[in-house]
Design a protein around this ligand. Structure first.
Ligand SMILES: Cc1cc2nc3c(=O)[nH]c(=O)nc-3n(C[C@H](O)[C@H](O)[C@H](O)COP(=O)(O)O)c2cc1C
Length: 303
């Protein structure tokens, strides 16, 4: 069986990746997960300076989901390059580094600096975090999205992915902006804006008020986004949102994703992503196929 897949200029040994913010910097999974089996890992988004994130509560469980407002709590780029990247380089898997900034020049300087490092397979521009001001604007306007991708692309040879928010009217237009800017792939989706209320205290539960919904509750929204972009835009898609079993993985691949990222499911089963790698050959056999690439974007039109 050939499990390999292509994301523009980047080839992965299989299509199973972990999603940013749900797998730490991978070191946290040492001894629990055989990271070398994965197609790629995406560590927590990093910013130019360390950030402490939002005040508590920062996560609340919902029906079939999780609402979070972490606020990009991260160690900052200096600590990432000094302490985390050397570890990540030795994991035996592709490392896709997630970056965020408040301005275009933040993204550009991070892309230039991190893109020049050995052992970085791709950069994922987080244009979609709903919990901090700044970055989300790049993902809600096609022209801003194009510009930030193009500017980041101009300072590095490393492949660039644009991670987009579903909190827009036309995800296909934004994805086209990313493609026009030269993105190698788009990642769909980040979390869906939501709110959970404690009616007795008459307050939102999250310290930040609003947060981002993830987990099985958002899977149909994520699949819809993958479907719309696959119909309209000619670059590879990485599907994300509510994936927790092999049927979910196959649904995303057939709908048009060339790879998938596993997020919230890591919290209730840290080994889930490696289990999914093991389950891919049997799922492919059910379609009578031997290559992952042959099942991507094979959805028939609805009757
Ligand atoms: C606690 C938490 C923290 C997250 N942090 C980040 C982050 O730092 N950067 C990012 O791009 N996405 C972040 N995400 C979004 C996930 O990467 C993913 O896009 C989203 O959760 C949908 O996938 P899922 O339903 O499989 O979790 C975070 C999600 C959760 C639940």
């Amino acid at each position: 069986m050939d499990l390999s897949t292509s994301l523009g200029r980047l080839s992965l040994k299989n299509p199973i990746m972990t999603a940013s913010g749900t797998f730490g910097y991978a070191r946290e999974m040492q001894g629990v997960v055989d990271v070398s089996k994965l197609g790629a890992v995406v560590p927590k988004t990093i910013t130019a300076e360390p950030r402490i994130g939002n005040k508590p509560w920062r996560t609340v469980e919902t029906a079939a989901g999780l609402l979070n407002a972490i606020g990009l709590d991260n160690d900052g780029v200096d600590a990432f390059l000094q302490h985390h990247l050397p570890y990540l380089r030795e994991t035996g898997t592709s490392v896709v580094v997630s970056l965020a900034g408040r301005s275009e020049s933040d993204f550009v300087s991070l892309a230039e600096r991190v893109g020049a490092e050995s052992g970085v397979s791709a950069l994922e521009l987080n244009l979609s975090c709903p919990n901090v001001s700044g970055g989300v604007d790049f993902g809600t306007n096609a022209e801003s999205c194009r510009k930030v991708v193009e500017a980041s692309r101009s300072v590095t040879e490393t492949p660039i992915f644009a991670k987009l928010t579903p909190n827009v009217t036309s995800i296909a237009e934004i994805a086209q902006g990313a493609a026009d800017g030269g993105a190698d792939a788009v990642c769909l989706i980040n979390t869906v804006l939501g709110i959970v209320v404690d009616w007795k205290r008459q307050k939102p539960m999250l310290g930040n008020g609003m947060g981002g919904l993830s987990g099985p509750a958002i899977k149909p929204i994520a699949l819809r986004c993958v479907h719309q972009v696959a119909q309209a835009v000619d670059i590879p898609i990485i599907g994300i949102g509510g994936i927790s079993n092999i049927d979910d993985v196959m649904q995303f691949l057939v709908t048009g994703a060339s790879a998938v990222q596993i997020g919230t499911a890591n919290y209730y089963d840290p080994k889930i992503s490696t289990k999914l790698v093991d389950q891919l050959p049997d799922a492919l056999s059910e379609l009578g196929l031997e290559r992952i690439k042959d099942c991507i974007n094979t959805l028939h039109p609805s009757r």
